[in-house]
Ligand binder design. Structure first.
Ligand code: PLP
Length: 434
């Protein structure tokens, strides 16, 4: 595993009058235990806490330090020349050169994310959209065609259907779950398939086996945005997908306090992306990388709570007379329930549902909820609730909106990690007011 195999770094860069000999810095940790090298392969819970952090431990710090610098200095010209000759920034680095080419705190976050997705490497970028746009820019060229599944994040579809067309790249959108349409959409110049799973807002789940089979048959790459699932619930690379994208803004960082994205996959592609990131510039601040590392430590626990609460609340809503319909992959009524059960170990905390009545009645219900706050985004510790018609689709023509299935009564709930019984009681009282 390229990223996570990064070894202990030289912790002194340059300046001291008595240069330290390589790798023997007295700032390095004397405790060289590797918590990942136990008798059995570490689970995702253990990886989330320890993976990627072995590179350096200055001052015996338990946590990865925030290396808040824009540039890195060299002891002397000989060291600079040696670095230029031997250590290009896209290789597993022993030191850095300039902030846009890499940062040790960011690299630690990347190594942890790579371990969680069982990937060779990971690249962290400044937002989920930066991860998506950088990846598509690099993998597609003028004259290429690609396929995207409907019911994806609206900004992603916007980038694919309008932005990329300016560069001569065309895109066909197919319905999720329609594998015949997917295969029929393949053209001689098709290069890749991009899909979310679960999708937003109807939580459609991919049959990775069928998708990868079709892609391999036609020599296409597969890129899967599994922001809604996280590596705790599914690891598409294990099904043969080429790249996985996450908006770290959501579950992975998990605290509704930062924006970031990542791409995980094979070293060759992530290296190409890393090289282009150094030009396109969508890099992450080291402090933000530290918050991601910190958030990831509790990922396993948080996802357990999101999964459990999500399923209980989805069942409660499905059985409530004032709820018309619920979309949640853990429910037998969801169109992709069988696929979700086969491929996922949990279904997350996002539930979409329609309230009986109209848009204003739905607004009354939302306003009556005391725990979930009204707002976009998902995957954080705080529950969030919204009517997609009033947020992501506010500026869409009502007829076009309805064609996408976005009714005024549609609600998207992101279940946080509050006590499930408190949330259930809150929804019960709020529905009484409709
Ligand atoms: N992918 C999915 C599935 C999303 O829902 C979002 C945002 O909501 C993004 C990507 C974009 O992520 P970010 O907001 O971090 O740019």
């Amino acid at each position: 595993m390229a990223a996570s195999s990064a070894t202990q770094v030289q912790t002194s860069g340059s300046a001291g009058p008595e240069p330290r000999s390589e790798g023997t810095s007295d700032l390095a940790d004397s405790n060289d235990k590797d918590p990942q090298a136990g008798a059995r392969a570490p689970s995702r819970l253990t990886q989330a806490v320890h993976a990627g952090e072995e590179r350096f431990r200055s001052h015996n710090s338990l946590t990865v330090p925030i290396v808040q610098t824009s540039t890195y200095t060299f002891q002397d010209t000989a060291h600079l020349v040696e670095y230029m000759e031997e250590h290009m920034f896209w290789e597993v680095p022993e030191r850095e050169e300039y902030g846009r080419y890499g940062n040790p705190t960011v690299r630690a976050a990347e190594a942890k994310l790579a371990a969680l997705d069982a990937a060779e490497d990971a690249l962290v970028l400044s937002s989920g959209m930066a991860a998506i746009t950088t990846t598509l820019f690099i993998l597609l060229s003028q004259g290429d065609h690609f396929i995207i599944t409907e019911d994806s994040y609206r900004r992603t579809r916007g980038f694919c259907n309008t932005f990329l067309t300016r560069f001569g790249v065309t895109c066909t959108t197919v319905a999720p779950g329609d594998y015949n349409a997917l295969e029929a959409a393949v053209q001689p110049n098709t290069k890749l398939i991009f899909s979310e799973s679960p999708t937003n807002p109807f939580l459609r789940c991919l049959d990775y086996v069928r998708l990868v089979e079709i892609a391999r048959c036609h020599g296409l790459r597969t890129i899967i945005d599994t922001t809604f699932a996280t590596p705790c619930n599914v690891r598409p690379l294990e099904y043969g997908a080429d790249l996985v994208i996450h908006s770290l803004t959501k579950y992975l960082a998990g605290h509704n306090d930062l924006l970031a994205g990542c791409v995980t996959g094979g070293f060759e592609i992530t290296t190409a992306l890393r090289q282009s990131q150094s030009v396109l510039g969508a890099v992450l601040d080291p402090h933000c990388a530290y918050l991601i590392l910190r958030g990831l430590k509790t990922l396993g626990l948080r996802m357990r709570q999101h999964n459990e609460s999500g399923l209980r609340i989805a069942r409660f809503l499905e059985n409530h007379p004032k709820i018309r319909r619920v979309w949640y992959p853990g429910l037998e009524s969801h169109p992709d329930h069988a696929v979700a059960v086969r491929t996922m170990t949990g279904f997350g905390g996002v539930i979409s549902f329609e309230v009986e009545g109209d848009g204003p009645a739905t607004g009354h219900f939302i306003d009556a909820c005391r725990i979930p706050r009204i707002g976009p985004s998902l995957g954080g510790v705080e529950s969030l609730i919204e009517q997609p018609a009033l947020v992501s689709y506010y500026d869409t023509d009502p007829e076009a909106r309805l064609n996408l299935g976005i009714s005024d009564e549609l609600v998207r709930l992101s279940v946080g990690i509050e006590d499930t019984d408190d949330l259930l009681a809150d929804f019960e009282q709020a529905l009484e007011k409709v």
